[in-house]
Design a binder for this molecule. Structure first.
Ligand SMILES: Nc1nc2c(ncn2[C@@H]2O[C@H](COP(=O)(O)OP(=O)(O)OP(=O)(O)O)[C@@H](O)[C@H]2O)c(=O)[nH]1
Ligand SMILES: [Mg+2]
Length: 182
């Protein structure tokens, strides 16, 4: 009987205390954006992922939080779309392949270019240094330096090292997103 009442309680609370956040996931091609959305959506890692064309939209429910996610393509021809999909969201997630140090300069350029758009003033930013399962990946302090995250002003900025493949640190990412939900 107790379990019946507690499940009814959780059902009601999921309706009345449910929260939502709309987020955009951007970053250079092959950094792992679609893998991130797949892993938090299905809890399953798969190598089998094709490059995104334009964007994917996905709604993911985690506990009492609904995430509306714009997964935007990272190839150069699609980058001019990033601003449009980041406009009005609760948070921007910028994914970097932390093992591909040669692309850090391009990632920094594209990130700062995006954040210079007045329409995105104040939108919280989460930088994910993905692929930390790969040897030679850059730790958070090197990412902060390489992407000049300390120069970003006027918005909350966080940076975590993570891996979609091993699902390392995804619990922290979800907690960060829960704090942006309303
Ligand atoms: N080792 C490793 N490989 C990863 C990880 N996350 C993604 N990958 C691989 O990186 C490649 C690109 O992943 P995607 O998720 O398609 O990258 P994307 O950022 O969505 O790329 P675009 O859609 O082209 O912008 C795939 O081969 C993935 O299997 C990770 O955490 N570790
Ligand atoms: Mg993709």
């Amino acid at each position: 009987m107790t379990s019946f009442f507690s499940s009814v309680f959780y059902w009601f609370s999921s309706i009345f205390f449910s929260k939502a956040a709309e987020i955009s996931v951007v970053g250079l091609q092959a950094s792992g954006k679609t893998s991130f959305v797949n892993v938090i959506g299905s809890g399953q890692w798969s190598e089998d992922v094709v490059p995104t064309v334009a964007f994917n939209y996905r709604k993911v429910r985690k506990g009492n939080i609904t995430l509306k996610i714009w997964d935007v393509a990272g190839q150069p021809k699609f980058r001019s779309m990033w601003e449009r999909y980041c406009n009005g969201v609760d948070a921007i997630i910028f994914v970097v392949d932390s093992a591909d140090t040669e692309k850090f300069d391009t990632a920094r350029f594209e990130l700062h270019q995006l954040l210079s758009q007045a329409s995105l003033n104040g939108v919280p930013l989460l930088v994910l240094g993905n692929k930390n399962d790969v040897d030679g990946h850059a730790p958070v302090k090197d990412l902060i330096k390489a992407l000049q995250l300390d120069k970003i002003q006027g918005r909350p900025v966080s940076c975590y090292s993570c891996s979609m493949k091993s699902q390392h640190n995804l619990d922290i990412v979800l907690r960060w997103l829960a704090e942006r939900s309303h």
